[in-house]
Ligand binder design. Structure first.
Ligand code: KG4
Ligand code: ZN
Length: 335
């Protein structure tokens, strides 16, 4: 079964071909980072227009790299939500039109399910059940995963998502867009001992997160300095450490509460090396296996959508020809 995967939920056009037995055959990504950088964040209308321009050429390129023809494709998977409505519509309309033309099925994939299953593209895959920490620009979720499509949400961010907090803090430090990776780079120059930022919501029970207070804390800390390059690096370092330790503490709590000894981390922020290291140390102490996708599959990509769609088609999922998207879509409503 050759599955074409299409991802257009935000500012990356991702296309991939996954084969149910041979695995991932090809994948390509077009990032819109340079398009949005002069505005300091994603401009939804520009994102949609760019997906329109780039998607079909990227599909052709991905078919070429996989050395297959369109008639070999047996199904199409596309991100139907959550995400930017206009951007999602480009992927949904293209996927459904190609499927109709090629007389093959198309399936709508939940973007966060794509992230959650991204570690399945690696050689060492987690067995079910496992815990998943999903940390992206729009979501921070702790999920108990019993099987594909069986997701119980244990915790979420009550305000900013982890990636959003990285991006907003980076903006405050005038690092530009995309902020997360730039803040991580700057943090390498920082002195971790100079500032101590709070670890939000760690002193009360539960598995929810809150990151907006860290933003205010950053603003006040920055205002009390001369805003030199070293001040900014020290703040970046303290902020990143606070996020890493907060995520780690909540994951440890989830491991102890559920007794599950396998943890997956995925989503754009899981590319952060300090977060990976902090979780790796904790998992070692808790005798828990840790799984994460390779760096390029932490952030948005077509491969995770092709994989998730393939599993859904193999499970017999069928959908009508209707082009529908869901800008908001809780992961625990999936089946
Ligand atoms: O999963 P993703 O590509 O898109 C969404 O689904 O939102 O995640 C993007 C987020 C952005 O907020 C970006 O700043 C953050 O992931 N990110 C990082 C790193 N790489 C990407 N945050 C911290 N450290 C990184 N190395
Ligand atoms: Zn994402």
């Amino acid at each position: 079964m050759y599955i074409l995967g299409i991802e257009t939920s935000c500012d990356e056009t991702g296309v991939a071909i996954y084969h149910s037995k041979k695995g991932l055959l090809s994948h390509h990504l077009h990032s819109q980072a340079s398009l949005h950088s002069e505005y300091g964040g994603v401009v939804p209308e520009l994102a949609s227009r760019d997906h329109i321009r780039k998607l079909i050429p990227l599909v052709k390129k991905t078919l070429h790299t996989a050395a297959i023809r369109s008639k070999d494709i047996t199904g199409i998977a596309y991100t139907a939500g959550p995400g930017l409505a206009g951007a999602l519509l480009v992927g949904a309309a293209t996927a459904r039109s190609l499927a109709w033309t090629w007389k093959i099925p198309a399936v709508a994939v939940h973007h966060m399910e794509g992230h959650l299953l991204a570690p399945m593209l690696e050689s060492e895959q987690p067995a079910f059940p496992f815990l998943a920490l999903l940390i992206s620009g729009g979501h921070t979720l702790l999920v108990q995963v019993s099987a594909i499509g069986q997701y119980q949400q244990l915790g979420e961010s009550l305000d900013d998502a982890a990636g959003e907090a990285f991006d907003k803090t980076a903006k405050m430090l005038e690092l530009g867009y995309p902020g997360g990776p730039r803040l991580a780079d700057l943090a390498l120059q920082g002195n971790a001992k100079r500032f101590h930022f709070p670890r939000p919501m760690t002193d009360r029970p539960g598995l929810d997160f809150s990151f907006s207070g860290l933003k205010t804390y950053t603003m006040n800390t920055l205002a009390a300095t001369s805003k030199s390059a070293q001040d900014k690096a020290d703040i970046a370092c303290a902020f990143q450490l606070a996020v890493a330790e907060t995520l780690t503490l909540k994951c440890r709590r989830a491991i102890r509460q559920t007794g599950l000894k396998r943890l997956v981390i995925a989503g754009g922020v899981s590319a952060n090396l300090q977060i990976r290291e902090s979780l790796t140390r904790m998992c070692h102490r808790e005798n828990t296996e840790l799984f994460f996708p390779r760096l390029e599959f932490c952030t948005d990509n077509g491969a995770m959508i092709a994989y998730a769609g393939c599993q859904r088609l193999l499970a017999g999922q069928q959908e009508t020809l209707e082009i529908t998207i869901k800008a908001r879509w809780p992961i625990d409503s999936l089946q």
